[in-house]
Write a protein that binds this ligand. Structure first.
Ligand SMILES: Cc1cc2nc3c(=O)[nH]c(=O)nc-3n(C[C@H](O)[C@H](O)[C@H](O)COP(=O)(O)OP(=O)(O)OC[C@H]3O[C@@H](n4cnc5c(N)ncnc54)[C@H](O)[C@@H]3O)c2cc1C
Length: 387
C-alpha cells in the first residue's frame, strides 16, 4: 500500500483516485470544487466519431464506455443519446469536386470505424430528419451522446471516499516536497502532505506542477469558446419547434453544435499543438464578438432559419490540454515519485474511466511484469517516456 496524493479533482483526478483507493491510502486535493475546472466547461459528449480513427483511441473509448454503461444502466449518471455527425459547413456544395472529396473521406472513415467495431454510416440527401436544413454527405455515429459529467465526478469522489480515501476541496497545491531526487509529497496552502507518490491531474494547470517538480512534458492549452443561443419565437421557420433534438454535430471548419437546456451550444474545436495557441490558464478570456457572430451565422445556416432571433443566454471559454500526438499522458515521469494523468486533447470526459483504470493498473505494476497484452500496449502508448 502506498500513500498517494492526487492533485486535481476534475473528472480525470477523481477517476484516478477512485481506481487507486481500494489498494492505497489516497488523498485527492482540489483547490476549487470537484468537477469545477475544464470538466464543468465541457460539452461532455461521448463520441466515437473520428475522421482518422486509431486502434488505440478506439480501445480507450471501448473501455470507457463499458464503465459508463454500468453507471448509466444503474441510474447513477444521465446520458442523452443524440448520435454524432460530421458534416461540411452549411453552404459548401456537395456536388462539387470538394463535395466528392468529402464523400470519399467520410466513406473511408466510416469503413475504418466499422472495422474497429463502431456503427458508422454515411448519410446522403436531406438531413431534415436530424433537425437540419442541410444536405449530406455526412458521417453519422448513432450510439453517441452527452453525459451528465458532474454526476460522473460525484460518483468517483464517493467511490474513492467509500474505499477510505480523503477527498478535500479548497486546498491548493503550491509545490512539491523533495526527498533527495524523489518527490515526497506536496506543499499546500493548508500545510505539507507527505506521500510516496504524487499524481498530477491538474488539467490545464498540469504544466505548472510539472515545472515545480522539474519535469518538462510537451503539454499546451487551447481555447474552447462556447456560446449558448436560445431561439426566439418560431425561429423564422415552420419546420419544428426549438430546440430540436439535433445530433452533436462537428463541421469541417471546426465549429460544432450541441443541443443545450435552453437552445443550442455552439463551440469551436481546436486541438492543434502549437506554441502560438498555448494560453495561460490563469488569465480570464472572453468569447468575443466575432465568435458570437460566427456562432449565430452557423446556427441560422444549419437550422435553415436565416431570420431567427438568437439570444446569447450563456457563454464561456474553456481550455483543452493537448499533446503533440493527440494522446493523453498517463503514468510515471522521469522524476521519481511524480506521475501524471493529463493531456486529454479534448476527450477527457470520454476517456476518464479508461485513464483512471489504466493508471491504477500501471501504478500497481511499476516493474511492468504483470500487465500484458492490451493493458501493456495502451500504457506504453500513453507513457510520459514517449516524449
Ligand atoms: C469547451 C470544451 C468542450 C469540451 N467538450 C468535450 C466533450 O464533448 N467530450 C469530452 O470527452 N471532452 C470534452 N472536453 C474536454 C474535457 O472537458 C477535458 O478533457 C476534461 O474535463 C479534463 O479533465 P481534467 O480532470 O483533466 O481537468 P479539470 O476538469 O480541469 O480538472 C483539474 C482540476 O485540478 C484543479 N487544480 C489545478 N491546479 C491545482 C492545484 N495547484 N491544486 C489543487 N487543485 C488544482 C482544478 O481546480 C481542476 O478542478 C471539452 C473541453 C472544453 C474546454
Amino acid at each position: 500500500m502506498s500513500r498517494i496524493v492526487v492533485v486535481g479533482g476534475g473528472i480525470v483526478g477523481a477517476s484516478v483516485a477512485a481506481h487507486l483507493a481500494d489498494r492505497h491510502e489516497v488523498t485527492l486535493l482540489e483547490r476549487g470544487e470537484f468537477g469545477g475546472g475544464a470538466t464543468a466547461d465541457s460539452m461532455a459528449v461521448f463520441t466515437r466519431l473520428r475522421l482518422s480513427p486509431t486502434r488505440i483511441g478506439q480501445r480507450l473509448r471501448d473501455r470507457s464506455w463499458r464503465s459508463y454503461e454500468l453507471m448509466i444502466d444503474g441510474g447513477a449518471v444521465g446520458f442523452t443519446r443524440t448520435g454524432s455527425l460530421h458534416a461540411p459547413p452549411p453552404g459548401t456544395s456537395d456536388g462539387s469536386a470538394d463535395g466528392d472529396d468529402v464523400r470519399d473521406r467520410y466513406r473511408t472513415a466510416g469503413a475504418d470505424l466499422r472495422a474497429l467495431g463502431v456503427d458508422a454510416r454515411v448519410l446522403e440527401g436531406s438531413l431534415g430528419d436530424r433537425g437540419f436544413a442541410i444536405d449530406g454527405p455526412a458521417l453519422f455515429v448513432p450510439a453517441d451522446g452527452h453525459l451528465a459529467q458532474q454526476a460522473v465526478v460525484d460518483r468517483y469522489v464517493e467511490r474513492a471516499r467509500a474505499a477510505g480515501a480523503a477527498a478535500e476541496r479548497g486546498v491548493s497545491v503550491e509545490g512539491v516536497l523533495a526527498d533527495g531526487d524523489r518527490v515526497a509529497g506536496v506543499k499546500t496552502d493548508a500545510g505539507a502532505r507527505e506521500a510516496d507518490a504524487v499524481v498530477n491531474a491538474a488539467g490545464p494547470h498540469a504544466p505548472a506542477l510539472n515545472a515545480a517538480a522539474g519535469v518538462d512534458l510537451p503539454i499546451r492549452r487551447t481555447r474552447g469558446p462556447i456560446v449558448e443561443l436560445a431561439v426566439g419565437g418560431d425561429g423564422g421557420t415552420d419546420s419544428g419547434a426549438h430546440p430540436r433534438p439535433i445530433p452533436f454535430t462537428l463541421f469541417g471548419d471546426a465549429l460544432y453544435l450541441r443541443r443545450s437546456p435552453r437552445g443550442y451550444y455552439v463551440g469551436e474545436y481546436n486541438t492543434d499543438f502549437d506554441s502560438g495557441s498555448d494560453v495561460d490558464p490563469g488569465a480570464r478570456d472572453e468569447v468575443g464578438a466575432a465568435f458570437r457572430q460566427r456562432a449565430r451565422d452557423r446556427l441560422r445556416g444549419a437550422l435553415g432559419a436565416p431570420d431567427a432571433t438568437l439570444t446569447a443566454v450563456d457563454e464561456w471559454v474553456g481550455l483543452r490540454t493537448v499533446t503533440p500526438d493527440g494522446r493523453p499522458v498517463v503514468g510515471a515521469t522521469d522524476r521519481p515519485g511524480l506521475h501524471v494523468a493529463t493531456g486529454m486533447n479534448g476527450q477527457g470526459v470520454t476517456l476518464a474511466p479508461a485513464v483512471g483504470d489504466l493508471f491504477a493498473r500501471g501504478f500497481d505494476d511499476s516493474d511492468g511484469q504483470r500487465t500484458d497484452g492490451e493493458d501493456a500496449g495502451l500504457l506504453a502508448a500513453l507513457a510520459p517516456g514517449r516524449f
